[in-house]
Design a protein around this ligand. Structure first.
Ligand code: HXC
Length: 268
């Protein structure tokens, strides 16, 4: 689908997208790139990164992949420093890396719970922490007139409660809280904007494959206000809006992009 945004809105910007090799993270990387940004993607699997970087470059996007696990602080630091080494600056950090599986609390070990919090919540914090000095106003590019942007990919599961998602719900609740705290402190001190996007069910993502088998998808449609699943494109457009000048006064919020799904209940 054609973007409503001009192709140069992110010209000269550099983005780092964790989990950028697949799913929503890859579509965000693609759209940031198509709108002028150079894009570094971070992920655990080399082959996925290589394929993704190839696909980005084939569209004329300046892209590079760095292998790393957001749970490891040394990886976070190395990938951020490599991004600076390669593109000389960092303007946009997208925290898209996430872990997920279905498990009831009866069957979910403490380590399973902790693993997802480590990836989603602690990983998000670690990336923000390590990126701070480059995202600060003037911290990377000499000509940087404002601070950078952090975008945390969240979910809507924790607005109510979701079956078999106690770990992910807790992790994303923490992510939203991190978004607000950093928006307050780094917005005030460094003009860094920190926002989130909470996707609903998005077709063709690893999350949907894991969480919603085919038969559930059709049933869900019956009570979805927009009568369809979202597209990765919908999330990427929200990311573009927040990353562009149009979003300059938006700080500390998590935009829900779910067609109103989280509000809905089955019809009686
Ligand atoms: C129960 C499980 C489990 C499962 C792992 N664990 N999978 N418990 N059911 N299916 C437990 C393990 O038993 C172990 O605890 C602990 O978790 C760590 O598991 P490991 O396999 O050692 O961890 P690791 O290899 O690091 O993998 C972690 C992972 C990750 C979370 C499973 O690989 C992963 O999920 N990758 C997929 C990424 C993904 O799908 N991303 C999209 C996210 S979508 P014990 O006690 O045995 O040591 C998303 C959307 C949310 O986030 C909102 C949707 C609407």
């Amino acid at each position: 689908m054609e973007s409503p945004f001009k192709p140069d809105i992110l010209k000269g910007k550099v983005a780092l997208v964790t989990g950028g090799g697949s799913g929503i993270g890859f579509e965000i990387s693609t759209q940031l790139g198509k709108h002028g940004a150079a894009v570094a993607i971070m992920g655990r699997r080399r082959s996925i990164l290589d394929t993704a970087v190839g696909a980005l470059r084939s569209q004329g996007i300046r892209a590079i992949g760095f292998q790393g696990d957001v749970r490891k602080q040394e990886d976070a630091r190395r990938v951020i420093e490599s991004t600076i080494g390669h593109f000389a600056r960092l303007d946009i950090l997208v925290n898209g890396a996430a872990g997920n599986f279905l498990a009831s609390p009866e069957d979910l070990s403490t380590n399973g719970f902790r693993t997802v919090l480590d990836i989603d919540s602690v990983g998000t914090y670690t990336m923000c922490y390590e990126a701070l000095k480059y995202l600060k106003k003037g911290g990377s590019g000499k000509d940087q007139s404002t601070g950078g942007l952090i975008l945390n990919i969240s979910a809507t599961l924790h607005y109510t409660a979701a079956w078999y998602q106690i770990h992910v719900s807790a992790a994303k609740a923490a992510v939203d809280s991190i978004t607000r705290s950093l928006a307050l402190e780094w917005g005030t001190d460094y003009e860094i904007r920190v926002n989130g996007i909470a996707p609903g069910p998005i077709e063709g993502t690893p999350g949907m494959q894991k969480l919603a088998p085919e038969e559930m998808k059709n049933k869900a449609r019956e009570y979805m206000p927009l009568y369809r699943l979202g597209e990765k494109w919908d999330i990427a457009m929200a990311a573009l809006f927040l990353a562009s000048h149009a979003g300059k006064y938006i700080n500390g919020t998590t935009i829900i992009v779910d067609g109103g799904h989280w509000l809905s209940r089955p019809r009686h």
